[in-house]
Design a protein around this ligand. Structure first.
Ligand code: CP
Length: 316
């Protein structure tokens, strides 16, 4: 595997899921498989879970890890091609990626959507540049349009907690004071479409996700109807795709409450974190027995370890 950027990066999702469950049961099973290999992690945006879980995953495989925060403890990066670099950016992504490839056997990159230029975001200009110039395998630590390590962890979480063979999984939009990318929602839909689940996506009008992700998916504009009988409720905010990057609604009636959870089939509550309490979800739900957000975050180690192991196995 030369790149891990979406669900299609894995050769066979069922096999990867089985490998993940085996690693979850025995995390040290391949404790020296990554010995003498170096993982570089470049963050162009903040992170708690991705940063720590990926470092932990690498340690479980015996890898060395180097972490760099672009712009604060390295140079500010220019990501556009062909520009006169007379602005704030000091180093071009072409050199930066290629140099990091000299030091690292695998490179992880986090780069969020700018939410200004939809075409550039959905072309994945920045992530694709790293893949083009790094010369080593690249793992997405969340890109403009997807968060595959999160979605893989979400799938592992559902697989290990489900009480029915084919659960009803509801992805619900919820309000947030800032404009957020669509990456987590896009990616969750992408991965759930490959899983043994019945997926429903619910959001206010104007928050339709990109057709490449939701064409053919059950979209329900009535949140209460969507939640009826749900086995999992996955809450997430995203800004509008059609009115790109805009906040079209702050409707607090979309906040996931205990009352709303009572409509479900004793559903488990999920969120990728960080979460805005009493905006996305009430304290009562988040602190209550239905919430599995901490276990979900714990599974970020498992998804990262599985991907790293597959990349290491594919190396000469
Ligand atoms: N869920 C997630 O990616 O968390 P961080 O942004 O803290 O890494």
């Amino acid at each position: 595997m030369k790149r891990f950027t979406d669900v299609h990066s894995l050769h066979a999702l069922p096999d990867a899921l089985q490998e993940a469950l085996a690693l979850k049961a025995d995390p040290w099973a391949h404790a020296s498989f990554g010995a003498r290999k170096t993982l570089g992690l470049l963050f162009m945006n903040p992170s708690l879970r991705t940063r720590m879980s990926t470092q932990k995953a690498a340690a479980l495989l015996g890898m060395d890890v180097m972490v760099l925060n672009a712009g604060s403890d390295s140079w500010t990066l220019e990501t556009r091609d062909g520009v006169v670099m007379d602005g704030g950016a000091t180093e071009h992504i072409k050199e930066a990626a290629a140099v990091m490839g000299q030091y690292c056997d695998i490179l992880g990159v986090r780069t969020f959507a700018g939410l200004q230029d939809r075409d550039a975001d959905y072309r994945e200009d920045v992530m694709e540049s790293f893949i083009r110039y790094a010369g080593v395998p690249v793992i997405s630590l969340e890109s403009a349009t997807r968060h595959p390590l999160q979605s893989f962890a979400d799938l592992i979480t559902i697989e290990t907690t489900k009480k029915v063979a084919r659960p009803r999984v509801v992805l619900t939009w919820a309000p947030h004071p800032k404009a957020l990318p669509q990456a987590v929602a896009n990616s969750f839909v992408e991965w759930m479409r490959h899983a043994e689940v019945d997926l429903v996506v619910t959001h206010p009008h104007g928050y339709e996700l990109a057709p490449e992700f939701v064409d053919g998916v059950h979209v329900e504009y009535d949140q209460d109807a969507a939640l009826d009988g749900a086995d999992y409720v996955y809450a997430k905010n995203w800004s509008s795709y059609t009115s790109y990057g805009q906040i079209l609604s702050s409707d607090r009636s979309w906040t996931v409450t205990e009352e709303k959870m009572r409509r479900t089939n004793n559903a488990r509550f999920m969120h990728c974190l960080p979460v805005r309490r009493n905006m996305i979800v009430t304290d009562g739900v988040l602190d209550g027995p239905s919430s599995i957000v901490i276990e979900q975050a714990g599974n970020r180690v498992v998804s990262a370890q599985t991907v790293l192991l597959q990349m290491l196995k594919a190396m000469p």
